[in-house]
Design a protein around this ligand. Structure first.
Ligand SMILES: Cc1cc2nc3c(=O)[nH]c(=O)nc-3n(C[C@H](O)[C@H](O)[C@H](O)COP(=O)(O)O)c2cc1C
Length: 383
């Protein structure tokens, strides 16, 4: 087998890149760049990588009995090059802290997996090292570094053009929420959707249920400006400065409008949910979004139209004084899903007009239960 040909063909298969780190007999950190990392088993939790028999790092890792897998981020190409260069102190210019096993967790990595060496198999000029996972964590939702045809790069999904770097985290949350949303949509025969704030936009990150109307902004990846009076749940649970930025986006408004906004935030927080009566406004937004064409950030012209349209809404749009909140037909009903710091990281919503026999209060109860299940999943995923 011609080695160059072998490498060229296999170079067409892309891999992630990790730094396998450990501490040697003298207590010094050691590490190597590895593209042959893979998960192996869930029960028990096993992972593997394949060190070259010629590697000078591997025997030091083996002697320590444990190693840490550092998933490199797309900005860490230099770290990768350092780790791939034989000899010398690879940690001279790197910040790191010890994992439970003492192996280095390098600053800025996407995540790490701390392992004890379980078994080592021989395979040609390499070893297959199986590690038993003792601890692991995702630190950063940054994109991982990828290696393909001798070059470095990063992941771009085909499925959703709006899946920008800033949407990676919200989309991970959406993946965890989708099952619960589908259950709910099916049980109540309506549409359920999830929204998250991303910079100055509110982004529809997931939709479930039969989309029977085009009334709502039902396009996943679609964005609308995150400005008053929309997104009150996010604003209500944000600390002061975030709330001020949200308020500032409404521009120069009357003292009365501002006072109504402040009162709306108090109402939304005390109710724990927001509700809107629709006003045919969703139709207007849907048309604007359709004219924006792309699912990416709205074009300037469309954005300006949206800003105008949103500015026309009453300040209490998301907490209207309802004569009879139990039976009044509503547009959407929204509840918060909380992050670890107590901030609302996404909302789960039901299209109220499609709820057949359910009152707002009953719908809120269902939404709460789903939101709690989603929160449990977010915690488990370290989000
Ligand atoms: C993207 C990439 C992937 C690599 N994958 C592996 C691998 O799976 N196994 C391996 O032994 N070396 C791999 N290497 C090479 C090692 O990082 C490097 O040869 C080794 O660490 C050199 O130094 P050492 O003698 O200090 O171990 C890879 C290098 C790069 C750049």
């Amino acid at each position: 087998m011609d080695s160059q040909y072998f490498r060229r063909v296999l170079g067409n298969f892309p891999t992630g890149v990790v730094a396998i780190t450990s501490v040697n007999g003298s207590g010094a950190p050691v590490g190597m760049a590895v593209g042959s990392f893979t998960s192996v088993s869930l029960t028990p939790p096993l992972v593997a990588f394949l060190p070259d028999k010629a590697s000078t790092t591997w025997p030091q890792v083996r002697d320590s009995g444990s190693f840490c897998v550092n998933i490199l981020g797309s900005e860490q190409e230099t770290v990768c090059r350092t780790m791939a260069t034989g000899g010398g102190d690879k940690f001279a210019d790197l910040g790191w802290r010890p994992s439970g096993s003492g192996s280095p967790v390098i600053d800025g990595v996407v995540g790490w997996i701390d392992c004890d060496i379980e078994t080592v198999h021989e395979a040609g000029d390499h070893y297959i090292v199986i590690g038993r996972v003792r601890d692991m964590e995702v630190i950063d939702s940054a994109l991982p570094l990828l290696f393909f045809r001798s070059g470095y790069g990063r992941f771009t999904p085909l499925s959703l053009s709006a899946w920008d770097n800033d949407l990676i985290q919200p989309m991970r949350m959406a993946d965890l929420a989708r099952g619960h949303m589908e259950d709910l949509a099916q049980r109540l025969s309506t549409e359920c959707f999830a929204t998250a704030p991303v910079d100055e936009d509110l982004v529809l990150i997931a939709a479930a249920g039969v989309i029977r109307s085009r009334k709502l902004v039902t396009r996943v990846g679609g964005r609308i400006p995150f400005m008053p009076p929309l997104g009150t749940i996010f604003a209500a649970y944000q600390p002061g400065p975030g709330q001020d930025r949200w308020l500032a986006r409404s521009g120069n408004r009357s003292a009365e409008y501002r006072a109504q906004l402040a009162a709306t935030l108090v109402t939304v927080k005390s109710r724990g949910y927001s509700v809107d009566l629709g006003h045919g406004w969703h139709t207007q937004m849907e048309e604007l979004m359709a004219s924006a064409g792309a699912q990416h950030g709205p074009a300037d012209r469309t954005r300006a139209d949206m800003v105008h349209s949103i500015a026309d809404l009453p300040a209490d749009f998301e907490s209207p004084a309802m004569a009879d909140p139990v039976s009044q037909p509503v547009g959407t009903i929204n509840v918060p899903v909380f992050g670890r710091a107590g901030e609302a990281v996404m909302t789960l919503s039901l299209l109220g007009t499609r709820l057949s026999d359910e009152s707002v209060i009953a719908a809120v109860k269902h939404l709460y239960e789903a939101a709690q299940r989603v929160e449990t999943q977010l915690r488990r995923a370290g989000l």
